[in-house]
Design a protein around this ligand. Sequence first.
Ligand SMILES: [Zn+2]
Length: 131
Amino acid sequence: MLNEFKKFIARGNVLDMAVGIIVGSAFTAIVNSLVNDIFTPLMGLILGGINFSGLSIKVGEATIAYGSFIQAIINFLLIAFSVFMLIKMINKIPRKKEEEKAPTTKKCPYCKSEIAIDAVKCPHCTSDIEE
Ligand SMILES: [Zn+2]
C-alpha cells in the first residue's frame, strides 16, 4: 500500500499536476483581479454606471435576476479575453532554445564523410584521424 503510494507520488506527472494547479490558482487570482478591479469598473464607466447584477424582473412570485446572468456572460467574455491577452504576452517572452544535443558524428577532414565522433580512423578513406 505504502509502496504503491510512494510510486504514485514519485511519478513525475503527479508533481507536474500539483505545480499546474498551484500556478493555475495563482493565475486565477490575477485574472479575477484584472476583471473585478480593472475591467468591471471601466465597463461601468463606459456604460454610464449601469450595474447589470442589480437588474431583475418579478414574474408573479418569482424573481428573474437576468442582470446577474448578463453580468456572468460579460465576466466570462472578459476572463476569456484576459486569458487570451495574457497567453499572448507570455508567448512573446523569448524562450531559451533547448540545448542542442551533443554531436555524435563528425566529418572526416580528408573525405568529408560522416564518422563517429570518437573515431580515430575513417571507415571510408581509412585515414588516421587526429584529435
Ligand atoms: Zn575519411
